[in-house]
Design a protein around this ligand. Structure first.
Ligand SMILES: [Zn+2]
Length: 570
């Protein structure tokens, strides 16, 4: 690895040969600890010859989503990406990875403190102090990266003791975490006489309006928001979500119900922490970090292409929505609702294809008993007037919910999964999703629910296909609601009422055609039951099952829109 050799040679000085086993120890974590330690002493003396620097951005989500103005949100992501890129360029030969607001650098002893300060200053100047970064460095020696004997790594009293590279990184991360805990959140009181920034509403407005707009006069933006606006305005074709939606509706006037809804889509890689925790060397960590970042960038690119195909009537359709790469293993979009549903459906497949496309990555994962990279996805479909920071918080909770369905389970590689929620204008702002859902979807029978969320990727795909077919067979939304007539009481009553509805002419004919077209003979009671009722992962109190009809109905308007978009694009 370049960084290891460069730093060691720098410390050793001109004319001194650095034994290759020292470079191998740092980069690959391999070698004989004692021999490497002796060689290190011989060449470098008693002190560690290297500084290992870690930086980690503070409160990224607040920085990106504190505003509901698309140019500011777009600018925040652009600035954050720029910071990672600039650090990687500035310290090119010293960077092990730099992405997703994080990074690891290896430099010669004595430079760590200076680099930490440079990175902090870079963040300050690029964001006018609105985005912080926590940095730390450790003085390290080549032998520190070599793990002790395998036996010592066995768990002791349930605690897995790590040594070598993982131990060095754990120490660094602990220091960063402690520093973050001690730090107070930034606070900039606004003097009573000054107008507040209408983007973040937290700071004093000190900059004039960047565009002519009704009600925007005098100073409207604070300096960090002004900076983000400038960085993001070219990336997005509107000043507000209102304008973006209007543009969509102008070009696609027949979108129908919920055409003013956006989707906040939050996708996060599964089990990434555990995977990184199993890596034994800086070289492996560097490889996987870069591979994962690349894979997620490609997902963003595929989503942009999908937008181009779906919104073919609009010039520069990419500029109609926001795409934001958060950490190296997460991606976030704010897009028209229909597009969000489509992207959510495609993401797991895209991810697998991108993993396959990186030389060495499938093999790298297989050796670590990971079959594939998968995602937890949270999707909030709502009127675009909901505050973006609220959408973010809810999407994050849904994303965690989706992941949770596989916690502690028998899945060495959990499949991708998704949880979603439709907020209508009458939906209350939810503080506790779990409580709210219990209220909405519980039935009188314990263990039977009127929802099947969260879905794994196959079930979600199946749900969308079933609803798609319902559209084709002209099963109306009201008819789908009618099927839920008995669902409030129990599974048995639900199925009785359901079978009655399906068999009863003349309305039953649509249901019958729908079921038959999906290979379910409507006269077969057991087949109808297994069509409409899904067994769910058991909770602490026993087995659970649910029906997905209400879940499907939430998505129906967006499938209708996709039909319109696809049709008009052709
Ligand atoms: Zn502001």
């Amino acid at each position: 690895m370049l960084a290891a050799r460069a730093a060691l040679e720098q410390v050793a000085g001109r004319g001194t040969v650095v034994p290759p086993e020292l470079t191998a120890a740092v980069a690959d974590g391999c070698g004989d600890r004692e021999a490497v330690e002796a060689a290190t002493r011989r060449v470098f003396g008693a002190r560690g010859p290297l500084d290992l620097v870690l930086f980690d951005t503070d409160r990224i989500a607040e920085y990106v989503y504190e505003s509901s103005l698309p140019p500011v949100i777009a600018g925040a992501s652009a600035i954050l990406r720029g910071l990672n890129g600039e650090i990687a360029r500035r310290y090119q030969s010293q960077t092990i990875f730099s992405g997703g607001g994080e990074g690891l650098l290896l430099v010669e002893r004595g430079r760590g403190a200076g680099i930490c300060q440079e990175i902090e200053e870079l963040y300050w100047t690029r964001t006018d102090g609105a985005l912080g970064v926590t940095t730390h460095f450790l003085e390290v020696a080549p032998q520190d990266f070599i793990a002790k004997d395998a036996q010592e790594e066995e768990a002791r009293e349930g605690v897995r003791l790590v040594s070598g590279t993982q131990a060095v990184l754990a120490r660094l991360r602990d220091c960063i975490r402690r520093k973050k805990d001690e730090e107070l959140p930034p606070f900039s009181p606004v003097q009573g006489s000054l107008p507040r920034c209408l983007s973040c509403r937290d700071r004093a407005a000190t900059h004039p309006t960047p565009v002519a707009r009704e009600g925007w006069a005098g100073h409207v933006l604070c300096s960090p928001c002004h900076r983000r606006w400038s960085a993001g305005k070219e990336e997005i074709a509107g000043v507000s979500f209102d304008e973006l939606i209007e543009r969509l509706q102008e070009h696609y006037p027949k979108l129908g119900a919920k055409s003013a809804y956006t989707g906040f889509l939050y996708a996060d890689g599964n089990s990434m922490g555990a995977l990184f925790g199993r890596l034994a060397s800086l070289a492996e960590i560097g490889f996987l970090s870069q591979a994962v970042s690349h894979v997620f960038e490609q997902l963003a690119e595929r989503a942009r292409r999908e937008a181009g195909e779906q919104l073919g009537r609009i010039e520069h359709p990419r500029r109609l929505f926001l795409s934001y790469l958060g950490g190296g293993d997460e991606a976030i979009w704010i897009v028209p609702g229909a597009l969000a549903v489509r992207i959510a459906q495609e993401l797991p497949g895209w991810l697998s294809q991108e993993v396959q496309a990186i030389p060495g990555l499938p093999e790298f994962l297989r050796l670590r008993e990971v079959a594939d990279l998968t995602l937890g996805i949270g999707l909030v479909l709502c009127s675009h007037s909901y505050p973006v920071r609220y959408q973010y918080a809810l999407a994050k909770e849904l994303q965690k919910n989706a992941k949770q369905m596989f916690y502690g389970g028998a899945h060495p590689t959990p499949p991708s999964s998704i949880d979603f929620e439709l907020l209508t204008d009458s939906s209350p702002l939810v503080d506790d999703l779990r409580d709210a859902r219990e209220l909405a979807y519980q039935t009188e029978e314990k263990g039977f629910l009127r929802t099947c969320r969260p879905f794994d990727q196959d079930r979600f795909d199946q749900l969308l296909k079933r609803m798609q077919r319902a559209r084709e067979k002209s099963v109306a939304t009201s008819q789908l609601h009618a099927l839920l007539a008995g669902a409030g009481e129990s599974r048995r009553l639900f199925l009785n009422a359901l079978r009655y509805q399906i068999a009863r002419p003349p309305a039953g004919k649509r249901y019958q055609e729908w079921l038959c077209s999906l290979g379910t003979p409507w006269v077969d009671a057991r087949r109808v039951e297994s069509f409409f009722v899904q067994e769910l992962p058991p909770d602490g109190e026993g087995p659970r099952a649910g029906t997905w009809i209400a879940d499907g109905v939430q998505l129906l308007a967006f499938l209708n829109q996709l039909g319109q978009l696809g049709k008009e694009a052709r």
